[in-house]
Design a protein around this ligand. Structure first.
Ligand code: DC
Length: 224
């Protein structure tokens, strides 16, 4: 069974999806980490804007892998775990910019779908329910008020030791959401059959419980 969770930055989808996967005993795939890893590789290689053909050729050489480990997909570049390097605002913005480009989206499509082939999966991102797993058995779209999303994102950055003003976080978030929603390829939007959940007034535990309950309902009502 594939469960998709989409939504804008700070909607709580990453934390909720990770915990949901653990609760259900499903594997977890954070597809934003794949886009962030591409952004990191672009930063390392000082990849200039050279047009789509050159970008596609460069992407084929990026040593990117998603390896299943302890129930989560670990994202590796050249065999190295990228996690410590991808959670900052420069990478957020670059990932968002690169994710609007066709060669990048096409390059990551196969990798993401492969993760759903081996069993139960919770996949989190922007286009999981609309493009990557349109046949998913349970789809969610998480939202939250802009101020609340900025507050959550600011707290996350602060907890990881990054000093940044709330106003800057809000501005970055607005810019990224606008770009992610207005791009022509796989824009951020709920699938027509997604359950939309506003997480603004909910605790993380409440969000996870709500999602888990709906997945279980789908499982028992799905034809076998
Ligand atoms: O979820 P995130 O903030 O880690 O994602 C970083 C960027 O990657 C986001 O601004 C847009 C892009 N992205 C995407 O276009 N499609 C996805 N499925 C996941 C992320």
């Amino acid at each position: 069974m594939v469960v998709t969770v989409d939504g804008p930055a700070g909607s709580g989808k990453s934390s909720a999806s990770r915990l949901l996967a653990r609760k259900l005993g499903f594997a977890f795939l954070d597809t934003g980490a794949l886009y962030r890893a591409i952004a990191l590789a672009a930063q390392w290689d000082d990849m200039p804007d050279q047009g789509e053909a050159k970008l596609a050729a460069w992407l084929r050489k990026v040593p990117l892998e998603a390896i299943s480990q302890d129930g989560s997909f670990l994202v590796l570049l050249g065999g190295q775990d990228v996690e410590p390097y991808i959670r900052n605002e420069a990478i957020s913005q670059l990932a968002s910019r690169l994710s609007a480009l066709a060669p990048v989206r096409e390059h990551l499509l196969g990798l993401q779908r492969a993760a759903g082939r081996d069993g139960d999966l919770v996949a989190e991102g922007r286009d999981m329910g609309t493009v990557v797993f349109p046949q998913a058995e349970a789809k969610f779209f998480l939202t939250a008020g802009e101020q609340e999303r900025a507050r959550r994102r600011w707290l996350e950055l602060k907890q990881s030791g990054q000093q940044i003003e709330m106003a800057d976080v809000l501005a970055d978030l607005r810019q990224r959401d606008q770009r992610d929603s207005e791009r022509s390829l796989s824009p951020l939007r709920p699938a027509t059959d997604a359950v939309v959940l506003d997480t603004t007034p909910l605790s993380l535990a409440e969000v996870v419980d709500t999602l888990a309950k709906k997945v279980r309902e789908r499982r028992t009502s799905a034809p076998r």
